[in-house]
Design a protein around this ligand. Structure first.
Ligand code: MTE
Ligand code: MO
Length: 364
């Protein structure tokens, strides 16, 4: 694992085995397309070592013609497609929920997110070539070549699923490159799934099997782990039937600069961050310098956003001497905004942490 840490020397490491790490927020905000070196890593087990030429992905289940495709087969048989998309962990910003009450999982700051240009083929094209069944209740299950370490359950191959309807949208990719370069091992080499708009967990790395079936994946990640639970549920009373499988990510925003706990000179202070509304547009970003009593509107930076990109925003606040709670909240094109308090969205697994983001600073 030390090799991964050395490839990503600036990341904040949550765990080394498996390697789980996120960039400091100033680095995350430094580029609209996140450098691979600054892109968070979230793995559930050891990184498998797959041969780029020999590895094949199987397409099976409710298909007329099962396939086994190497990377070269995919590149030769299907049109190459590029999609700019944010990938974010369902546990992004868990630290804010953890501050309310203990949750299971790593206390991610707002850096378990990144925006990349993915190159691959449309999963829809591959499913069509396999003669996949079509039907409203069908699902596409993904299995990785890694063995996930499952809390309270035996280790098993990583597995998740998405509805067939989502798989056929054309923007779901089998990707072999990130920002124009071959995927690195920790990001899923030689091939991964990218499901724009969905929690990162659905974007299966080291993909080895794609199965069309009439039910969601029964693997641990899908059936038991990545579920949003009501607030009364605890690890001891864990009942998967009371959870909702996490798919689309909620509206969210974070202040990347200044950093939490920073001491700054009083006066004009540049505040910068990101916002994301899944497939809706971010319509407005409000920033407060007094804990959320008064708000001003940040400037939304025009970047030629694709539908799955994030939004960068900035503003300048005039900050007086003393301690200040800087706060951000975004609004989407449907006029919805984020919940004010992490208390209101707390869940014991610490997922979908999307309350107003607060950063306490001291001006001198
Ligand atoms: N095979 C496999 N795919 C996986 C995972 C994994 O552990 N194994 N982790 C998932 C989770 S929870 C996230 S958030 C993203 C992280 O992708 P990244 O490490 O490339 O940032 O990969 C997803 N795909
Ligand atoms: Mo994740």
């Amino acid at each position: 694992m030390s090799d991964l840490a050395s490839l990503k020397p600036d990341l904040i490491v949550h765990g080394t085995k498996p390697f789980n790490a996120e960039p400091p927020l100033s680095r995350l905000r430094a580029a609209f397309v996140t450098d691979v070196a600054d892109f968070y890593v979230r793995s559930h087990g050891d990184v498998p070592d797959l041969d780029r030429d020999l590895h094949k992905v199987r397409v099976v289940g409710q298909v007329a013609a099962p396939l086994a495709l190497s990377l070269a087969d995919l590149q030769a048989r299907f049109a190459t497609k590029r999609v700019a998309a944010v990938l974010q962990c369902a546990g992004n910003r868990r630290a804010d929920l953890q501050a309310v009450e203990r949750t299971s999982g790593d206390a991610w700051a707002p850096g378990a997110i990144g925006h990349a240009e993915w190159t691959g083929v449309a999963l829809a094209d591959v499913l069509h070539a396999a003669g996949a069944a079509v039907g409203a209740g069908l699902h596409v299950a993904f299995e990785g070549a890694d063995i996930a370490e499952n809390e309270g359950a035996p280790d098993a191959p990583f597995g998740v699923s998405i509805p067939l309807k989502k798989a056929l949208t054309g923007d779901v990719l089998l990707a072999w490159a990130m920002n124009g370069a071959a995927l690195t091992r920790e990001h899923g080499a030689p091939l991964r799934v990218v499901v724009p708009g969905y929690a990162g967990v659905r974007s299966t790395k080291w993909i080895r099997e794609i199965r069309v079936q009439d039910h969601p994946s029964t693997a641990f990640q899908q059936a038991q782990d990545y579920l949003l639970f009501p607030p009364d549920m605890r690890a001891e009373t864990h009942d998967p039937s009371r959870g909702t499988a996490i798919a689309e990510m909620p509206l969210n925003a974070a202040i990347c600069e200044p950093a939490a706990g920073a001491t700054l000179p009083k006066g004009r202070t540049v505040v910068r961050g990101y916002a994301i509304a899944t497939d809706r547009a971010v319509a407005r970003v409000d920033v407060s310098a007094d804990g959320g009593r008064e708000w001003r509107q940040a400037t939304i930076e025009p970047r030629g956003n694709g539908p799955w990109s994030w939004t960068f925003w900035n503003t300048v606040l005039d900050i007086t001497e003393g301690e200040h709670d800087l706060v951000v909240r975004a609004w989407d094109a449907a006029g919805q905004t984020q919940p004010a308090r992490p208390e209101d969205v707390w869940n014991f697994k610490g997922y979908l942490s999307a309350a107003w983001h607060r950063v306490r600073v001291m001006a001198v």
